[in-house]
Design a protein around this ligand. Structure first.
Ligand SMILES: [Cu+2]
Length: 115
């Protein structure tokens, strides 16, 4: 029988970039400020006393997603697929962003030799 080339299985998808952000009045404290582009899972833990949310603003200023309102003591999550770029994570409630509820997440291509 002739040899039939067998297609190599596709490489496994890289794990998503995960970030955990703690919200208080009025501050965001993020577990990371950089990660791999692609699938991104951002969780917001509201450890404050007021309602908060976490919205993601893209490099061109457009809001790409949000956890929706997260009540005190609760955990919210937003899942996105994002290209390389610099993103702003912020609370969209009232004037919370101006008061300091903001963090930056920079997504990069991994270094050569790594996925
Ligand atoms: Cu807030």
């Amino acid at each position: 029988m002739p040899l039939v080339p067998i297609a190599a299985p596709p490489p496994p998808a890289p794990p998503p970039t995960r970030a955990l952000v703690f919200a208080t009045e009025h501050r965001f404290s993020a577990s990371r400020r950089a990660g791999r582009f692609g699938r991104v899972i951002i969780q917001l833990r509201n450890v404050g006393e007021d309602d908060h949310d976490l919205a993601v603003r893209g490099p061109r200023g457009r809001v790409l997603g949000s956890t929706g309102v997260v009540h005190p003591g609760r955990l919210g999550e937003v899942r996105l697929r994002l290209p390389v770029g610099r993103y702003t994570l912020f609370c969209s409630i009232s004037d919370h962003e101006a008061l300091g509820m903001r963090s930056v997440l920079t997504l990069r291509r991994p270094a050569r030799g790594r996925r």
